[in-house]
Design a protein around this ligand. Structure first.
Ligand SMILES: Nc1ncnc2c1ncn2[C@@H]1O[C@H](COP(=O)(O)OP(=O)(O)OP(=O)(O)O)[C@@H](O)[C@H]1O
Ligand SMILES: [Mg+2]
Length: 238
């Protein structure tokens, strides 16, 4: 579904990503794991078009997207749930969801998509008229995901799903993402510092260190590998 081929990405003069290649399938969940500052968000922002690679390419269903502006990339069917959620804190839950219907196609189907999103996250229905900043952390993450779903993506990019959330809440949201993937066929690319959670949820995993991919494979095999056990499991839960 999505192919990243040999991208180099910079923040100003600083190179953050070196020659990264990976593919994301619509079937199943793909994760990119790595420690703090390893380049995960940089890769995600590059897919979303907020950063441009200086080398390499990104294609989505065969169409080159890395040369497109970010709003065009949304129209192709890619939505991002950004790190830290970035909600409109003083707006209601419903208004936040409405803001997610940013493409023409999404606006036409807004009511239908809204009904589905509220069905997927019933708590958002209960909280519909509350301000976003009155929600719990888990509810805010659900709202951020729901807002992204309002653009009717075929691929959902999620940056640090688990950040600041209790394990039981992470488990609940993980389960919902899995359902969305299985029942709707929406591809999911999850970027995580929480290595155990990410590899338990995903089918395929990639490991990034200092901006380079250093391992890829079936998530269950990565979870059992010496590479992951030695480098990450001691650090999990920090
Ligand atoms: N806006 C920016 N300007 C300059 N350097 C940046 C910027 N954003 C990230 N970097 C640098 O790029 C590198 C990769 O950062 P990135 O945010 O992609 O890592 P990450 O894996 O998402 O980390 P975290 O787990 O903390 O979210 C780091 O060295 C970081 O300091
Ligand atoms: Mg990050």
């Amino acid at each position: 579904m999505l192919e990243i081929t040999g991208i180099d990405v910079f923040h100003g003069d600083l190179q953050a990503v070196w020659d990264v290649s990976l593919s994301i399938e619509g079937k199943g969940i793909t994760t990119l794991i790595g420690s703090n500052g390893s380049g995960k968000s940089t890769v995600l922002s590059t897919i979303a078009g907020l950063l441009k690679p200086v080398k390499g390419s990104i294609t989505f269903d065969g169409v080159r997207i890395d040369t497109m502006p970010a709003h065009k990339i949304v129209e192709t069917g890619i939505a991002m749930v950004p790190e830290g959620r970035r909600l409109f804190r003083e707006m209601t839950v419903l208004d936040n969801l409405e803001m997610g219907a940013i493409t023409k196609r999404a606006r036409q189907k807004k009511n239908e998509t809204m009904a589905w999103v509220l069905d997927v996250f019933p708590i958002l229905k209960e909280r519909a008229r509350q301000r976003a900043d009155t929600l719990s952390g888990g509810e805010q993450q659900m709202l951020a995901i729901g807002r992204s779903l309002m653009s009717q993506p075929r691929l959902l990019l999620v940056d640090e799903l688990s950040l600041g959330l209790a394990p039981v809440v992470v488990q609940k949201i993980s389960h919902i993402l899995d359902e969305i993937n299985k029942t709707r066929g929406i591809g999911i690319f999850l970027v995580e510092q929480n290595v155990v959670m990410a590899l338990e949820l995903a089918d395929t995993g990639h490991i990034i260190e200092n901006g380079c991919i250093v391992g890829s494979g079936k998530a269950s095999e990565l979870l059992a590998s010496d590479q992951v056990r030695q480098a990450y499991l001691g650090m999990d839960g920090e």
